[in-house]
Design a protein around this ligand. Structure first.
Ligand SMILES: *[C@@H]1O[C@H](CO)[C@@H](O)[C@H](O)[C@H]1NC(C)=O
Ligand SMILES: *[C@@H]1O[C@H](CO)[C@@H](O)[C@H](O)[C@H]1NC(C)=O
Ligand SMILES: *[C@@H]1O[C@H](CO)[C@@H](O)[C@H](O)[C@H]1NC(C)=O
Ligand SMILES: *[C@@H]1O[C@H](CO)[C@@H](O)[C@H](O)[C@H]1NC(C)=O
Length: 540
């Protein structure tokens, strides 16, 4: 006891410097390792003649410019950084911040009049003539934590995109590289700046070397779903270089584009996918047809799907992290696999419970994500244009457990991941739904491009009898004219494909039960009186 007391104060002055020493050692090690890392990176590049102590992002991009050239740098949402380097020209880009009163819901209203002129709020842009020939655009971006649906964040991103598009020209006949540098923890909006274009990233610094043709396409789109995507098919052709050089070999020129659907977990939609392929073929489409199928789809079904026109790719299904076990949407995240189809530049995903009623090929000009509206500010993920990309797929996979989905399904998730989307006309994904139509006709329009069969699917009913009429809650989905359109596709299918749409005894029993109930209750629509002639009811 007596000995131990004096030893304590002796320890204290010893410990404190020791900890300091440890911290110093740690800091030095980190510094050394970073130096080593930087040196390693520098070795791969060949621009040694830089003044010291430039910001790191500048060193990264300056190497890409020739020795003699002046590098023009524009700064967005921040002051021009002082640079040691002589051969730079700095300018702060001025623009009026978007009005406080402008909300995301103004940019993404639930409903719009598609035929009326644009009603989008104004998002001010800089006077672009004042900022020509920029080589690098540096922006401080508000981060995602400030809100995913933040109008100012969108404005800053659009200012950068527009500056790049206007500056990224040839100089003396030579394509000059152009860069965007984003400062902020979450980087730019990936709906505009693709992760494929990340050139360098360290901490809060993100350097992008964008593919201008894709950004160009983004900046000609409306600022939100407040306006329908303009019919700029012609400029789209220009952008994608389709007819630019007729002498070129067409099979090289042919755009890498495909219609895609996904089947997983059960065979319930095999017939739907066959009818979808046939409807696209009947519309004289020139695109590829690709179907992703997990191992619940039998070899026999695969045969049928292949005969129907699909190229088949086997996939492993993906679980929805937010859905309950055995829930109807438990495996809906399998849809994310469409981003793995990198042999295509663009794909139009279509759910297997739609058919095409007109040729949809012209809509491939629109960028990711173009889709029809659902409700509120969200799009319906039953039909959407997507640009496959490995890093996009990996990001989606990484974020799927942390990002919420309002309905536990892929639609909720994708809307959180792509809050900035482009509105296609509603008739491109015509939801068969008559929630507020107080008649028993439920006629669908004749000018739709697709029909999306909500409720019981046509192949789960009789050919001449839409069994959605038999349930009170089903009647909002019932429509004889929509039903006929589906069976019209069926009638034009080769005979050997029709067997994939036969009724099982269980399906037939279900139809009969509910039909009897409708009869017992004397449903006023009177559909239960129809004499069914569909031969499928006798082929069990
Ligand atoms: C075009 O290219 C494809 C594949 O690259 C080749 O098979 C075909 O023979 C070419 N056609 C012409 C007319 O050059
Ligand atoms: C598809 O092409 C055929 C033959 O050229 C034509 O008869 C038919 O009307 C076309 N169908 C559509 C939907 O355009
Ligand atoms: C999820 O997938 C199931 C089965 O494939 C389908 O019935 C359902 O409509 C899908 N739900 C959503 C929200 O996509
Ligand atoms: C219909 O009514 C009859 C007689 O009232 C009854 O026997 C039968 O079970 C009912 N069927 C259904 C499906 O409700």
């Amino acid at each position: 006891m007596a000995y131990s007391k004096p030893s304590k104060p002796k320890n204290k002055p010893f410990t404190f410097p020791f900890i300091l020493f440890l911290i110093a050692l740690l800091l030095f090690t980190i510094h050394y390792l970073r130096q080593l890392h930087d040196d390693f990176q520098n070795k791969a590049m060949t621009y040694p003649k830089l003044a010291r102590n430039n910001p790191k992002w500048f060193e990264v991009v300056a190497r890409e410019f020739g020795d003699e050239n002046t590098v023009n740098v524009g700064f967005v949402n921040m002051d021009a950084t002082k640079m040691k380097e002589k051969r730079t020209k700095m300018v702060r880009v001025n623009f009026v911040p978007v009005k406080d009163g402008v909300r995301w819901s103004d940019l993404f209203p639930e409903w719009i009049d598609e035929n009326a002129p644009s009603n989008c709020p104004k998002i001010p842009m800089p006077e672009f003539e004042d900022y020509q020939d920029l080589d690098v655009v540096v922006a401080r971006v508000p981060c995602e934590e400030d809100g995913l649906r933040d109008v100012f964040r969108l404005q800053v991103n659009l200012v950068v995109a527009n500056l790049l598009v206007r500056s990224g020209r040839k100089r003396n006949g030579v394509d000059r590289p152009i860069f965007a540098v984003f400062i902020g923890s979450s980087g730019p909006m990936w709906e505009i700046f693709r992760c494929d274009d990340i050139f360098w990233h360290f901490g809060d610094y993100w350097v992008y070397k964008p593919q201008l043709r894709r950004i160009k396409q983004k900046v000609v789109m409306p600022v939100g779903s407040c306006q329908i995507s303009p019919p700029f098919a012609q400029s789209g052709e220009e952008l994608w270089g389709r007819q630019s050089d007729k002498s070129k070999n067409y099979s090289i020129q042919k755009p890498r584009e495909a219609y895609v659907t996904v089947l997983h977990s059960s065979e319930a939609y095999v017939c739907g996918a066959i009818a979808l392929a046939q409807s696209i073929i009947q519309s004289n489409s020139t695109k590829d047809l690709v179907l992703l199928a997990d191992d619940h789809i039998s070899p026999r079904s695969i045969d049928g799907l292949r005969s129907a026109g699909w190229k088949i790719k086997r996939i492993q299904r993906i679980r929805s992290p937010h859905s309950k076990k055995n829930a109807y949407n438990e495996w809906n995240y399998s849809k994310l696999r469409i981003w793995q189809l990198i042999e295509y530049d663009k794909v139009m995903f279509i759910d297997s419970d739609l058919i095409a009623t007109q040729n949809l090929d012209e809509f491939f000009v629109y960028p990711q994500i173009s889709a029809a509206g659902n409700d509120r500010h969200i799009f319906n993920s039953g039909l959407m244009l997507v640009e496959p990309s490995t890093c996009t797929f990996e990001t989606l996979m990484r974020k799927r457990s942390v990002v919420e989905s309002y309905n536990g399904g892929d639609q909720g998730f994708l809307n959180e991941m792509f809050p900035w989307w482009h509105r296609l006309p509603a008739k491109l994904n015509h939801l068969k739904f008559f929630g507020s139509v107080p008649d028993y006709v439920h006629r669908i329009r004749d000018d739709t491009y697709t029909v999306h069969y909500l409720g019981l699917k046509p192949w789960m009913c009789y050919k001449d009898y839409d069994c959605n009429w038999d349930k009170v809650e089903g009647q909002q989905f019932a429509s004889d004219s929509a039903h006929e359109k589906w069976w019209h596709v069926y009638d034009k299918m080769p005979k050997k494909l029709r067997q994939y749409c036969s009724l099982t005894p269980k399906m037939d029993a279900r139809i009969r039960t509910y039909r009897q109930r409708a009869k017992n209750a004397s449903f006023p629509d009177g559909h239960w009186k129809i004499t069914v002639k569909d031969p499928r009811q006798n082929l069990l």
